[in-house]
Each structure stands twice: as structure tokens, then as C-alpha cells.
Design a protein. Sequence first.
Length: 288
Amino acid sequence: MPDRGEPVVARPSILWIGSTRAAEFTVARMAAGRWAKVEDASTIHDAIANPPESFARRTPAAILLATPAPAAWGFDDIVALSRRWPLAPIVSVSGSLVDGRRRSGPPLPGIEEVPWNELGGRLAWWMFDRGRGRPGGLGLPATARRDERILEASVRVAGMPEGVQTASVMAARRLDAEGLAELLEATGRAVVHRGCGRPAIDETADVIVWDVAAMEAADLTWLAMIFANRPSAAVILIDSFPRGDMVLSAIEAGASAVLSRPVSQESLTGLLLGGVGKPVIDAGSQLS
């Protein structure tokens, strides 16, 4: 979709720790770069011993840990980071393989975890809050119950600026379509069409939110036809179990973003703030 311009707030600086050789993290880091100046460190030890010059005397707005596998970082790593920058929120950007962590133990305590494909929307939301002096989602205690976080987000979403005026929502089930439509309407967007099945190829809405339930090759073919007919529209897909290769294929076919189910209000609203620009994928990148 066309460039909607830079955010109206000043760009903060954040620290990315870990590799971006995998295509998943290449896309995630590029999404972060839309909302903040990103400084890099290959390891936590390097970040602490030889921090980027901008963080030698000040705290990063956020520290993003590229997490390709469940055991990529340990508790001692987090403690060391917290001692070096005690006021910096630490976020684990999890790759597709981290989905199996349920079989290998709980996540690191006190750390926000974000799927790689949702980083753009979540970071847009967090930086919007930060630029206006609000603690936002990253300012809540990590031990806050999920319903408290949802309530806090719901209270603030009404104050978000209206970037996209019209939206269309399609899902496999009508109940899912209605829920997504209510999320969009809460941000002040006008939902002009909602229903079951696939979006129309000639859909005229500015944003198309399509819950595919489980992405298949036929969905990618339909997505490519929508993009060919409406290249200016932002198409946000919702998938039950996003996998790296399918998400990248969807982006190549024309999707602006692929979110997970259940849909995070922070992710969806953040994308509407301007984070739905289509990522550019390095053809030489390899999935982890």
C-alpha cells in the first residue's frame, strides 16, 4: 500500500540483540525500523560489554531479543540485561520454532513475548503510547492478568488517531467476523462489509481483514488476485497457527501482515497506526 508517512511522534531508539540471518527476523527487524531507530548487538555479552554508543549513557526504549528457539536465552542473561539497563522493557521476539516451547518449559519470567510476525503492530502501539508519556502495555507489570491487559488496551484504543477510514472483515465463521469487526469499530474505523468466506476481489475498503483459519495454497492464490486488483489496499490475514514459510509466502503474495489467533488488540490497532506497509523480503534470507 502507499506510504502513509512517518509517525507523528519522535522516533525512539531500541536495541536488537541476536541474529537477523533468518528471514523471519529480517522481516521483524525491518518492521521495528518503521517505528524506532534500531541498534544491533550480536549477543547479550556484546551488548553489555560493548554497547552501541547511543546506549552507553542512556536506556533503550526497549530491548528486543531475537529468539529462534526456546533455549536461546537463559534466566542469567535476562538478569544481566536488567542490571545493565534496569528501566528498559525486555521483549522476546519469538520465531516459529518457539511454538513448541509448551513442551519444553515456561517462558522466561518477567519478559514480554511477541511472535515475530506481530512485532510491527505491537511495537507501533507501544511507541505511540511512549511518545505521549503513557506507560502503555510495556508499562504494566509482567504478572498482570491477561484480562487486565485487555481492559487497559480497550480503554486506550478509543484515543487512537483514525488513519484508515473503511474496513472489510471476512472469516471462516460469522462469530469470528463479528468479533474482528467490533475490534475495528472500537478504533473508529467504519466496517463497510463483514461476512463468511473469502474477500471479494473487487473489495473497495481501505483495509481488508481476512481470517483464513488455516492458511492454504488456495488462499495465497486468492490473495494474489486481490493484490493485483487492489494494490493500494492493506490486507491483514489472521491465521490459527502461522508458520514462517507460509507467512513469508503470504507477504510475497500481497499481504501487509499476518497476525495470530486469538487476535491481539495491540497488534491490530498498531498496524492501523501506520505499520501495515508491505515488508520487503531479502530473497537470499533463509528460514530458521
